[in-house]
Design a protein around this ligand. Sequence first.
Ligand SMILES: Nc1ncnc2c1ncn2[C@@H]1O[C@H](COP(=O)(O)OP(=O)(O)O)[C@@H](O)[C@H]1O
Ligand SMILES: [Mg+2]
Length: 277
Amino acid sequence: MTLVFDHLRKQYGSNVAIDDVSVTFEPGLIHGIIGPNGAGKSTLINMTAGSYTVSAGRIVLDGKQVSGLKKHEIANSGIARTYQNIRLFDQMTALENLEVCFYPEDAGRSVKEVLWPPYARARSKERRRICMEKLAFFDLQGWRDEDAGNLPYGRQRMLEIARALVRDPRVLLLDEPAAGLNHLETAELTAKLSALKAPDRIMIIVEHDMDLVMTLCDRIVVMHHGKLLFQGTPAEVQASADVQHAYLGTANDIDEIKSAAEDRRLKLGLRAHRGAS
Ligand SMILES: Nc1ncnc2c1ncn2[C@@H]1O[C@H](COP(=O)(O)OP(=O)(O)O)[C@@H](O)[C@H]1O
Ligand SMILES: [Mg+2]
């Protein structure tokens, strides 16, 4: 199973936001997408999740074209995402925010649930179990009956990721999950995301926090003005003169980022970056 961007293009009027981008994302790895503001990172996420249409090219998951499908069909094919700006249902509880995720999937099966109450009860019990498991994974059990809008900001970020996981997606797209988090929360997030890595899951993280990206990601795609500037391992990205010039800044910055990432890896007990596994 791979997720493939095949000569992707996105145009907003005359503004070319994504220009002929081809990338293959492999399962079992955490892929980072970095690049300055306006580079097209969110556009890539939005096209993959079906929020935006593609102007040209294709997105293919496991050999099947998903670009062109409707948003709920893309969700049903196993692609889930979080948003750069949190989009929870503020007036619903933490638990309800997770439980609503099941409805699109079940839309076509409701007849069976209506005609056979035990089936409906079993289904709803199973859903509850899955949602509680996701809340527990993010240490959110204590917030389950609280309106999402009342959760502290950091908990809302975690709840968004929990929600994306409810249907056990094959592809998890995270758009700036660490935005607005403090150091402690970012370390917590890093550890959780690392634990979500699985052989049959493709994880793609758009992130500005270079420390987190270099710590967590196995592969990094660097975007610049809508074009794919570079792709490689964190070490390769850090060593690339093009990337340094276009994005990361001076050589001093790079050394600082490297040593900060190394410190954090040690602190979290994470293994060093591996090759394809
Ligand atoms: N909905 C939209 N309508 C028009 N232009 C957009 C829209 N979304 C993004 N853009 C433009 O596309 C380019 C890439 O934006 P975006 O994907 O949000 O970048 P990033 O996430 O890397 O900051 C920018 O020039 C931005 O102004
Ligand atoms: Mg963005």
